[in-house]
Design a protein around this ligand. Structure first.
Ligand SMILES: [Zn+2]
Ligand SMILES: [Zn+2]
Length: 270
């Protein structure tokens, strides 16, 4: 068996921490951060007093903590920043989304939610110009067959004509595009149910979970699960007209309508 010993300075540091009298508390802090790779170090104190008598009910200071600091998990969602927190987030999200699809007693989502109309939709940016890809036919438009990890994948076939400005603007406004999509979706649903949009909430509740991802070409796209509930939420069946077809049509119609016009700047037209 072969192994590499840590550098003497690292080993020395580990031994110093392990031998220190507050090691138990230190280990407890690390455990409570879930092994966060970049914990946030807090210093300071807090005091809770009775508003009337001024009596101190609780006080805490980081002075007595190991190194005088309290460690808190960074909570970052990106595995490249913190594998431990990203893993926790991914797990939490998985359970939240699963509960929304099949129901979950622990989250007060009844199993009947599984019968509600729901659509898994992917909202993708328009084309900004052809890019190198791996189509099902195997051969890219450039005439070659690219490996799965080829660095040119997602890059423009013709950088001269690729609409970089539109690609950047799309990403920059992705959040607002999604927001407008949800507004239009409510309008489309209200129209299909023949109720004024201002009264839609009395008949129906729209629930969704979405994640934003980067496509290979660098454009943000959204994956969303969109579900229809009755006005009181997941435990309430949606009204008769709120069918899977109506939801699917409304999603398509709303996505087509979403548009943002940005003012002209410099050489770039509006
Ligand atoms: Zn973390
Ligand atoms: Zn290509």
């Amino acid at each position: 068996m072969t192994g590499t010993l840590p550098a003497p300075v690292v080993l020395g540091d580990a031994l110093r921490v392990a031998a220190s009298p507050d090691f138990q508390r230190w280990a407890e802090q690390i455990r409570r951060t879930g092994g966060c790779a970049r914990p946030i170090h807090l210093t300071g104190s807090s005091t809770i007093r009775d508003a009337v008598t001024g009596e101190i009910l609780h006080s805490y200071t980081t002075t007595a903590e190991p190194g005088g600091r309290l460690r808190v998990a960074c909570g970052n969602r990106r595995a490249s920043r913190c594998p431990a927190c990203a893993w926790t987030y991914a797990g939490d999200t998985f359970h939240l989304i699963r509960a929304g699809l099949t129901g979950d007693d622990r989250r007060a989502v009844p199993a009947s939610v599984a019968t509600h109309p729901k659509v898994f939709a992917t909202l993708t940016a328009p084309s900004f110009g052809p890019v190198h890809n791996r189509p099902d036919t195997g051969r890219c438009r450039c005439g070659r067959t690219h490996d799965a990890d080829a660095p040119e994948l997602g890059t423009p076939l013709n950088p001269e004509s690729y609409d970089y400005a539109a690609a950047v603007l799309f990403n920059n406004h992705a959040g607002d595009l999604w927001r407008r999509f949800t507004i239009y979706l409510r309008r489309e649903l209200a129209r299909r149910l023949a109720v004024p949009v201002s009264r839609l909430r009395e008949t129906l509740r729209l629930s969704y979970g979405k994640v934003a991802e980067y496509q290979r070409r660098g454009a943000v796209h959204f994956h969303a699960i969109i579900r229809l509930d009755g006005p009181n939420g997941p435990g309430d069946p949606p009204p008769a007209g709120a069918t899977l077809d109506a939801l699917g049509d409304a999603i398509t119609a709303a996505a087509r309508r979403v548009e943002i016009t940005v003012p002209a700047t410099g050489p770039h037209p509006a």
